[in-house]
Design a protein around this ligand. Sequence first.
Ligand SMILES: *[C@@H]1O[C@H](CO)[C@@H](O)[C@H](O)[C@H]1NC(C)=O
Ligand SMILES: *[C@@H]1O[C@H](CO)[C@@H](O)[C@H](O)[C@H]1NC(C)=O
Ligand SMILES: *[C@@H]1O[C@H](CO)[C@@H](O)[C@H](O)[C@H]1NC(C)=O
Ligand SMILES: *[C@@H]1O[C@H](CO)[C@@H](O)[C@H](O)[C@H]1NC(C)=O
Length: 829
Amino acid sequence: MVPAWLWLLCLPVLKALPEAQPAELYVEVPENYGGNFPLYLTKLPLPHEEVEGHIVLSGDSGVAGRSPFTVDPESGFLLVTRALDREEQAQYQLQVTLETDDGRALWGPHPVLVHVKDENDQVPHFSQATYRVQLSQGTRPGIPFLFLEASDGDEPGTTNSDLRFHILSQAPPQPSPDMFHLEPRLGALALSPKGNTSLDHALAGPYQLLVQVKDMGDQASGHQATATIDISVVESTWLPLEPIHLAENLEVPYPHHISQVHWSGGDVHYQMKSQPPGPFDVDAEGNLYVTRKLDQEAQAEYLLQVQAQNSHGEDYTEPLELHVVVMDENDNAPVCPPHGPPVIIPELSPPGTEVTRLSAEDADAPGSPNSHIVYRLLSPDPEERAEGKAFELDPTSGSVTLGAVPLQAGQNILLQVLAIDLAGAEGGLRSTCEVAVTIKDVNDHAPEFTTSHIGPVSLPEDVQPGTLVATLMATDADLEPAFRLMDFAIETGDTEGIFCLDWEADSGHVQLRLHKNLSYEAAPSHKVVVVVRSVEELVGPGPGPGATATVTVLVERVIPAPKLDQESYEASVPVSIPAGSLLLTIQPSDPMSRPLRFSLVNDSEGWLCIKEVSGEVHTAQSLQGALPGDTYTVLVEAQDADEPRLSTSATLMIHFLKAPPVPALTLAPVPSRHLCTPRQDHGIIVSWPSEDPDLTSGPSPYSFSLGPNPTVQRDWRLQPLNGSHAYLTLALHWVEPREHAVPVVVSHNTQRWQLLVRVIVCRCNVEGQCMRKVGRMKGMPTKLSAVGILVGTLAAIGFFLILIFTHLALVRKKDLDQPADSVPLKAAV
Ligand SMILES: *[C@@H]1O[C@H](CO)[C@@H](O)[C@H](O)[C@H]1NC(C)=O
Ligand SMILES: *[C@@H]1O[C@H](CO)[C@@H](O)[C@H](O)[C@H]1NC(C)=O
Ligand SMILES: *[C@@H]1O[C@H](CO)[C@@H](O)[C@H](O)[C@H]1NC(C)=O
Ligand SMILES: *[C@@H]1O[C@H](CO)[C@@H](O)[C@H](O)[C@H]1NC(C)=O
């Protein structure tokens, strides 16, 4: 009978495992079994064949020390010998072994787990018999402010230990009997919605709640326990906080206490959030701390939210807000605007032109003195000078404007401006801001010549077109290369276009060149006015007088050097040639050329002379010392009559010949002439009476000389006149008055002839003429004696004259009536 229900009661679980590793045997035993003992639990899976040995049970012997388990050796059943208490021991771990008598294991050890199955034999217990809790006004309904704790000894997880909490009663039941809500499973006590409203209105006194805890879950049966909760309602201390002002960079030990919050309700945990996240913290007592230095510039304000939470992290009420204002400290110097490219200001900009407007930034609190910046000009030296300042600075706005002092083009100026906060007060932080300013050039300078007058430049007429006349230089005070470009032009003085200009765009040099031929006759001088202008449009006043330059050009007349008709001249003369004989005539090659002046350069013997104008070369004297066969060379120089520096020369070679035999002198029938004595300034022109005009006018002249008779040479003098005539005068002061036959040798080339010039020498009258005609004599003597002498003399002369006249009347009667000195005697050979 027993094994039958035992099989029903026990649920032996045999796990089919390989025999090498025997599966654990699991057996459950009901707690507090009230039946008979021993209680058969399960048949052990011993080997089927009978083996000699005995079964040994070992393992967990239980709390009591003596194992409640045994094995029936007969049946091989596991037995429990007494009632088990799960709360005492819930499980037993056993091993079954079949051993021989000498302790050798024949089977096993086989594990057996015995589980004591729970019975609801334990009563739940509150952790405290009485709970005291403070409930702050303002606690939100539904937020637990007390968590009840209760325990049950029965097996956890089973209904035997499944506890439920209930409010059994509330005292006082005013203003509402169910002001509180107890969450059954958690035991979380919170205000009910009704309680929320009531709590605010009536300052309710303390409440007492009787609460129950019961096991077996929601089943009606079960064990239960009760406890009381004393709730004292306290005034809320969760009050809004004044904003906190905290200085930045505060030098204090950190964390630094800044404020405190307090939730008057019990079991509070404070949490804090910072918006934006900041270095703030709250401790368990609700003390608020700042954990490190604050930086106003990084964050000027924080909003802290402090939460009062229960142990489950639920807010009892709205978070408390705390404004933290970081107070500014003047810890930031003004920051200059970044360096930009230089500010370009055109030259000649009027005073007041804004150069730049500085705006330094100050990170300190805006609107506070800490960020109130004023400006001060450091450089250029703002000291007021006589002519004013170059720059003006408005201290408030930072606007830099041009002052009265003009700035030069090309200047690069570094403006240095001090920016000071605290409105420039003592202790203000300062920064030096720099602004580069470049003065841009404008075309305000007209180009000018460095010299206003050039020359006079002398140019020969024959210079080639293209010849450089003068180089003019101009300068431009502007800086910009484009403004320095110049244009040149001839303004006046060149209507004919004789000159031209030649320049390179950016050189500043201009060359005045000849464009056409010069002509002295057309214009012996030129005054060329060259003007220079800026290519770009000029700003400001127009060009001054320096924009023109005058070049004076003088044209030099060019006279060709004289040229003779031969390069050298030769003449052959007999050594006996008389003085004054024409040898030859040196002539210019072009008869129309300018007049020349001839001279002999090295006539060392003095034999020759040359006519300065005509170029006729004569023998100056008889060629004493010249030997036939010799050659005498002299240099003839011909100079331009107006320009003596222009000259040429040629050699003149005289070949001396043997003197030809003097031909028989032929007394040519030459009419006699009259000369009076003592000697007067009269003479007789002797000529070569030739019928051939070519001979007389030819280039080779005739020369005249007196015959060799010494008396003749003493009494007479013969001077050559030209190539065909000579002049015969008395050589002595007194020559006997009578008829003289003067022999004159005429030579032409190698030919010689002799003339006999018949001269009647008479006494001179007071007029210096021959007293030939008695009738013409003016009566002079008054005395009879004188008259007698005169008559006698006149009778003698008259008689003498009659003799001559009658002799000559046959030859040439008419000549007697002609003037004695004016008519040349013609002689026929
Ligand atoms: C609790 O009471 C306050 C003030 O009377 C009210 O503003 C709030 O809405 C109430 N809460 C609930 C959940 O009724
Ligand atoms: C300029 O002079 C040169 C010689 O001096 C001559 O050959 C040329 O023809 C002249 N030109 C003019 C345009 O008269
Ligand atoms: C004169 O000068 C020329 C050239 O120099 C020379 O040949 C000649 O012999 C000179 N005559 C005399 C007389 O010195
Ligand atoms: C030479 O002089 C005479 C007298 O003066 C003159 O009549 C004659 O024409 C002249 N002959 C020459 C070639 O000059």
